[in-house]
Write a new protein. Structure first.
Length: 137
């Protein structure tokens, strides 16, 4: 894999149900990780989905997660575009251009799951997630 562009949907606490529904519709392999796996396993939101990814048999990829605690959930504003892969130079270039003149919510840097990740809203109001697999920032 070099780079991929995928829709990323934020849910209001029902990401597991929604992602399982999309798997039923589209088929394929669904992986999900909870907030408890990467934080406090006893927190109230520990069983909520921090990241889910459905890879269909036909090559579609759909990502989704529950809106993190403390972040607003705004229906209609709950879809972002995800750029991910292992082509670090290309993805960092996309990040630099997308974040220029926009708003950086999460700087592109190493995260607890071992990848380099950043989140920004471009100057047109579109939310972007950039994840560089196995990066050594």
């Amino acid at each position: 894999m070099t780079s991929q562009l995928n829709p990323y949907i934020s849910f209001d606490g029902d990401a597991r149900e929604a992602m399982e529904f999309y798997q039923d519709v589209l088929g394929g392999e669904l992986t999900m990780h909870t907030f408890g796996e990467y934080g406090d396993p006893n927190a109230p939101e520990a069983e909520k989905i921090m990241h889910g990814m459905l890879q269909s048999d036909l090559g579609f990829t759909l990502m989704g997660a529950d809106t993190p605690p403390g972040m607003p959930y705004n229906p209609g504003d709950n879809i972002a575009i995800s750029l991910s892969g292992d082509d670090a130079d290309t993805l960092r270039g996309y990040w630099a251009k997308l974040s220029d003149g926009g708003n950086v919510a999460v700087p592109l840097e190493m995260q607890m799951w071992g990848d380099e990740f950043g989140q920004c809203t471009d100057r047109f109001g579109i939310s972007w997630l950039v994840n560089i697999s196995g990066s050594s920032a």
